[in-house]
Write a protein that binds this ligand. Structure first.
Ligand SMILES: [Zn+2]
Ligand SMILES: [Zn+2]
Length: 268
């Protein structure tokens, strides 16, 4: 689906991209990025907060429309990343088996084109939920439905806007795996190559604070660092969104490390 979306961007060379469809592309990017970061990653994979089952299902439906597979596939690969970070068993590290530009390509795109595409095992908790399992197996349907809706709203230009949004979204999410393991600072002693990168954090609504995330995987807030012994909060729109879910009564049990734990893990 992602390859087709890359090619689909060419439609815009013929149709052009006006303001309404550009806004549509931005809206689709924002909603699907939030579903990926707040639901696939922080809720389903790491359990950094509790949420109503409807949030799991609707969030997964929206996240699956990104063309980045279903919740079982996503969680399986991401847990493998955390378990074997930056070793040969890490599915998408930019450092092994090759580094440099080849490693970057492998991390950004290449790993999806090889045998590593299929996860070793699927997460039992996601598999035990029949709705999530259905979304996982039929993960192409939400992508097609959103493409069809975009075409209905804006014709070929709408379809091109959908493809552009999906392509940029893919590369933004992938930049957490690639760029945020190559460029940035390491305020926490994690023993891996994970980094805090403000530009990745900007385009991924807070997921670029990746060194904090590897240090405290269960933290609902990733925008936290330690500077000269002081805990400093960083912009984290995904965390704000989860706070909104809490205010609406759809989420609770938000987990965060204590200041003492943060300072103890600080590399400074
Ligand atoms: Zn990582
Ligand atoms: Zn993670």
């Amino acid at each position: 689906m992602i390859v087709i979306c890359h090619l689909g961007c060419l439609l815009l060379l013929v149709t052009g991209l006006g303001v309404p469809m550009a806004l549509w592309a931005v809206l689709l990017y924002g909603l699907r990025m939030l579903a990926t970061t707040a639901i696939y990653h922080r809720l389903i994979t790491h359990g950094s907060y509790r949420a109503a089952r409807l949030v799991w299902w609707l969030g997964s439906l929206v996240a699956a429309s990104s063309g980045q597979m279903g919740p079982s596939w996503w969680k399986a690969h991401h847990l493998q990343h955390h378990s074997h970070v930056d070793t040969p068993r890490d599915p998408h590290t930019p450092l092994r088996p090759m580094a440099g530009w080849r490693g970057f390509w492998h991390s950004q795109v290449g790993w999806l084109l090889g045998p590593g595409f299929h996860p070793e095992t699927l997460p039992a908790d996601v598999e035990a939920d029949p709705v999530l399992r259905l979304i996982d197996r039929l993960h192409v349907m939400p992508v097609l439905a959103l493409a069809w809706l975009s075409w209905g709203i804006g014709g070929l230009e709408g379809l091109g806007a959908f493809c552009l949004s999906t392509t940029v979204l893919y590369h933004a999410v992938a930049s957490v795996n690639s760029v945020a393991h190559l460029v940035g600072d390491q305020p926490f002693a994690t023993g891996d190559a994970s980094r805090n990168n403000r530009w990745v954090a900007l385009i991924t609504f807070g997921e670029g604070w990746h060194n904090l995330h590897h240090a405290f995987q269960g933290s609902v807030r990733q925008g936290i660092t330690v500077r000269q012994g002081q805990v400093v909060l960083l912009p984290d729109p995904t965390y704000r969104f989860i706070q909104l879910l809490k205010i609406l009564g759809w989420a609770d049990g938000l987990r965060q490390p204590s200041e003492r734990a943060l300072r103890a893990r600080s590399a400074g």
